[in-house]
Design a protein around this ligand. Structure first.
Ligand SMILES: Nc1nc2c(c(=O)[nH]1)N[C@H]1C(S)=C(S)[C@@H](COP(=O)(O)OP(=O)(O)OC[C@H]3O[C@@H](n4cnc5c(N)ncnc54)[C@H](O)[C@@H]3O)O[C@H]1N2
Ligand code: MOO
Length: 417
């Protein structure tokens, strides 16, 4: 497998891992906390740790439908054990009398005196209604012990936890109805470009539809951000300055697309320098080279700005590998490191000069071990392959892709939340 950190970088561009580190070093939770009912909490971020109120499970209970018994009785009662109790889930059982057993169901409390549950598939009931077991009965078998997962006051969820379905279920299992969460992060979205037109409007020659706005508003909503959509802003320094001032005054984070490259129509960097500071610009990745990060100054507290490239796939990929983790950290989450695993290339391709390339690829379902193929055209404006891709084949700069060699794969599934 190739070593991504050994890339020879194009001068002036920083490595992708460095860019991520610098972004995360600068990110702080930007929102205050508020109380939130559990029903309204999906997608929110816990602002305070939660400890267990109840032991889990709350009592010893059966993991199977079957019979609860005392193992010693099996030897002393070779003619079988009469069933003298029936214990469905939710009831309080009586003491198990010596030489008897209890019909029991999954989740039902274990009667005092029983030390084992035998699943019904291994039990035979004779014509006098006595239970005989096949195979071994081991102490504690099929009994879920009180507190085996959590005891009262044990740490349950840390601050920064995303309230996804399992976390909400865990809180509900504790009878919790309200939690302290971070307020929603307000993110201003600015689409720059004189050539852009919103879908639904007619296109004049040379114009194109604004696809980054649809993409990023979906991504930001998925991330549970409150969107402040400032629409399309013309490619003029004055227009951009006004838009960035408005964004700065109405949001916690600003994201803009386009205008971050080096041409005289690209105003983001000079305007940012006037309203705040540019922290870094240019990442050795393809797509996504002109990614910029800076701060807009404000009387109280600066507002971070992420400048994503205009090319739609460059915008998507820089959001996924750089912007998303930064936004998550500002939301109070602890972003996960990028998940990567080795796959074999099912194609060959020429080298990319000095930039780590993230090729849009699909996993070949007919191969026994992971092999990837190109998902389609790899241009930074070609959204078709991005729609089909299972992930990115990350190829170090100056390295050709050779069919059959191992490379790093980043699954797009990891960016889903
Ligand atoms: N001389 C150089 N030119 C370029 C360089 C360079 O290093 N030197 N870098 C290239 C790379 S790499 C990229 S990526 C692009 C990105 O440039 P910008 O971020 O400044 O983006 P724009 O120039 O504004 O637009 C690029 C491209 O994307 C289209 N676009 C922009 N916004 C949208 C949108 N909201 N929806 C759909 N499409 C959009 C725009 O029309 C352009 O075609 O710069 C290269 N140039
Ligand atoms: O980096 Mo640009 O995104 O190659 O097209």
């Amino acid at each position: 497998m190739s070593c991504a950190s050994c890339d020879t970088l194009t001068p002036g561009l920083i490595d992708l891992d460095d860019a991520r580190r610098r972004l995360l070093a600068d990110a702080r939770p930007l929102t205050p906390s508020e109380s939130c009912p559990l029903d309204a909490a999906p997608g929110r971020i816990l602002a305070e740790p939660v400890n267990a109120r109840l032991a889990m499970p709350g009592a010893d209970n059966s993991a199977m439908d079957g019979y609860a018994l005392r193992i010693a009785d099996l030897e002393t009662h070779p003619n079988g054990l009469p069933v003298i109790q029936r214990i469905p889930a939710g009831c309080a059982p009586a003491l198990l009398a010596e030489g008897s057993c209890a019909r029991i169901f999954t989740g039902a409390p274990i009667p005092a005196g029983a030390d084992c549950v035998v699943p019904q598939e291994r039990c035979r009931i004779d014509d006098q209604g006595r239970v005989h077991i096949q195979g071994e009965a081991l102490p504690g078998a099929n009994i879920r012990r009180r507190g085996e997962e959590y005891l009262e006051d044990a740490p349950l969820l840390p601050a920064g936890q995303l309230l996804d379905a399992p976390a909400l279920a865990l809180l509900a299992s504790q009878g919790i109805v309200e939690v302290e969460v971070f307020a929603r992060l307000r993110v201003a979205l600015v689409s720059t470009g004189d050539e852009l037109v919103e879908p639904g409007m007619p296109l004049a020659p040379g114009q194109l539809y604004n696809s980054n706005r649809a993409m990023l508003s979906a991504l930001l909503r998925q991330q549970d951000c409150e969107l402040v959509d400032l629409g399309i802003v013309a490619d003029t320094a004055a227009g951009l300055r006004d838009a960035l001032c408005q964004a700065r005054d109405s949001a916690d984070v600003v994201i803009c697309t386009g205008g971050v490259s080096v041409g005289e129509e690209d105003h983001i960097r000079p305007v940012l320098a006037g309203l705040g500071e540019l922290i870094f610009h240019g990442v050795a990745m393809k797509p996504g080279k002109p990614f910029a990060f800076g701060r807009l100054h404000r009387a109280v507290g600066d507002v971070p700005l992420l400048g994503l490239p205009g090319n739609p796939v460059a915008s998507l990929v820089t959001w996924q590998v750089l912007g998303q983790a930064f936004v998550q950290a500002c939301q109070g989450r602890r972003p996960r490191p990028l998940q990567q695993f080795p796959v074999k290339a099912g194609f060959s391709r020429r080298t990319t000069q000095g930039r780590r390339e993230l090729l849009r690829v699909v996993l070949d379902p007919t191969e026994p071990s992971p092999v990837v193929r190109l998902a389609g055209g790899q241009g930074s404006a070609m959204l078709g392959a991005a729609c089909q891709a299972d992930g990115y084949l990350m190829v170090p700069g100056n390295t050709p892709v050779l069919e059959g060699n191992d490379y790093v794969f980043l699954s797009v599934a990891q960016f889903a939340v």
